[in-house]
Write a protein that binds this ligand. Sequence first.
Ligand code: ATP
Ligand code: MG
Length: 270
Amino acid sequence: MIEARALTKRYGSTVAVDGLSFDVRPGSVTGFLGPNGSGKSTTMRMIVGLDYPHAGQARIGGRRYRELRWPLREVGALLEARAFHPGRSARAHLAALAASNDIPASRVDEVLGTVGLHGAGKNSAAGRRAGKFSFGMAQRLGIAAALLGDPGVLLLDEPANGLDPEGIRWIRQLMKSLAAEGRVVFVSSHLISEMANTADRLIVIGAGKLLADTTVAELSAGSASLEDAFLDLTMGSAEFRATPDTRDDGPPGAPRSDGYPSYPGAGRSS
Ligand SMILES: Nc1ncnc2c1ncn2[C@@H]1O[C@H](COP(=O)(O)OP(=O)(O)OP(=O)(O)O)[C@@H](O)[C@H]1O
Ligand SMILES: [Mg+2]
């Protein structure tokens, strides 16, 4: 289980995460939702010790990340794609990670197979310099690294980013099966509709604060869609929101409430 307790992080005068507390339990996929800049990535970085909270703490299975003897065997994290040396092959990158955490070298080819980057030789996906990978391939390598130590806890920050439709379906199935095996699966996403398909539980934040700790079914109930429910919930806390297009009066030619047809510019002079 992941336990966040009153986690707080400031960057200068920006409060990125503001007294955030929640639990993420094993056995289901828990989605982590919030508008851009709401603190999702910062929270995930604090959980795995890449950022230090100003207050509060995060524990994984009752311990802080830095207290874990072989962290990759307990927690797998995909926090940013391209977290590898560009001159190394995918296989060499994973082999180095495996050695650093006393993980059997045989796991390297297993996880390369799981993410579809298998093959032998210098021209195979596994043997090529990872610096030349496309974004989606780098994302797959990041997922392979997260799975390498067969960890009971997985943190994935926007794992579907850059994946093609087949890849999105694959990661959805993968997360579900990892959760069904009794693991903790905590995944942030902008794809609300994707979360409706994948997640059971949802932690929703806005401006670094907890807005909802709920289930997909509970949040969707009473709204036309999960997306509507999400937008209603986060309305007051989005930092970046496009200015509404004041010319949007429905399809061209449709009557507006004032009776004028809504061609751009029509009736604007008054
Ligand atoms: N290294 C940093 N230095 C300064 N400010 C930062 C840093 N990292 C994050 N922030 C700020 O902290 C806030 C939260 O950012 P964070 O990246 O955690 O949000 P997010 O929810 O992951 O957003 P997104 O959906 O765009 O990925 C933002 O205001 C951001 O500008
Ligand atoms: Mg982020």
